[in-house]
Write a protein that binds this ligand. Sequence first.
Ligand code: NI
Length: 137
Amino acid sequence: MSELIRFGISLEKKLLEDFDKLIKSKQYSNRSEAIRDLIRDSMVKEEWKKGVDVAGAISLVYDHHKRELLDMIVDIQHDYQDMIVASQHVHMDHNNCLEVIIVKGKPSGLTMLSDKLRAVKGVKHGSVSFTTLGKEF
Ligand code: NI
C-alpha cells in the first residue's frame, strides 16, 4: 500500500451535509473512503476514454424459448471470444434466463460487443458495467 497523505477540503455547509447523508445511506464508514471511491470512479472512466485495456460485465435477460435469439447470442460470443473471459447462464424461471458475460479488452471492442448483444431482437434487458483491470490503483 502506498503512503497515505492527509489534505483538507473546503465545501459549502449544505453540500457537506448532503454528502454526509448520501455516504451514510451508501454504508460508508467515513468520508475518506467515500471520497477515495469517487476519485477511483473518475479514474476508471478516464481509462475507458483513453482506450487502455479494461474489464466489464454484460448482463442479458431473455426468453430461452426464442431459439433464433439464443443462436444469435451464441454466434456473437464466438465472434468476440478473444474478449470473453467467462460467462454464467442462470435459468431464472420457466421462461427467463439471465446471462452474465465477463469481458476484458479495449473499451471500443467491449462496447461493440455489448451493443450487439443488447440489440439482439427479443433481449428483454441488457446492461453493461465497466470497471478497471486494477493495475493503476
Ligand atoms: Ni436458461
